[in-house]
Design a protein around this ligand. Sequence first.
Ligand code: APR
Length: 170
Amino acid sequence: MRIELLLGDITDLDVDCIVNAARPSLMGGGGVDGAIHKKAGNELAEFCKSLGGCKVGEAKLSSGFNLKSKNIIHTVGPRYLFKKQKEEDDLASCYYQSLLIAKERKFYTLVFPNISTGAYGYPKDLASKIAFNTTSKFLLENDFPRKVIFCCFDTENMELYLEIFKSQLL
Ligand code: APR
């Protein structure tokens, strides 16, 4: 199976690349963004100044600096404001654009947090379906990344993904 689940802290993972649910400035903030910047160190924010920010649905690459992960893909998820289609498209684009960079760089393993489901308020059940559907379609059509891990920080998200996995097996 090229998609796996993990319950834990994404900043602990020794992989090719983790994805950061960033803010448009890329200067760090709270949540997973804050945890990644804290562990990666100040050089990350310094480097991100050269990236010129990031629009919603876009993705940009940096090294991992002091993290175990060799690289970080920074992507900005949509705030959930009930605009329905646009938000769905933007969230799907975060996953797709991150996967595209991982494909181009031939990363073996790419790890996603649950983008937009924290401060940005995206309903976890809707977000997990968008994440899974976008990722599984991409992996069917591309050889890289070889593996995608959804890193859940809470059991609610973990259970939602487990339900999706089960529905795929039936
Ligand atoms: N490892 C893995 N997942 C984490 C971690 C961590 N160390 N810390 C938080 N998370 C999870 C949250 O539990 C949530 O499921 O990441 C998911 C995304 O939540 P947020 O980090 O709040 O990100 P998001 O909803 O996309 O909002 C982004 O919040 O913190 C600010 O600077 C950030 O402005 C940006 C906005």
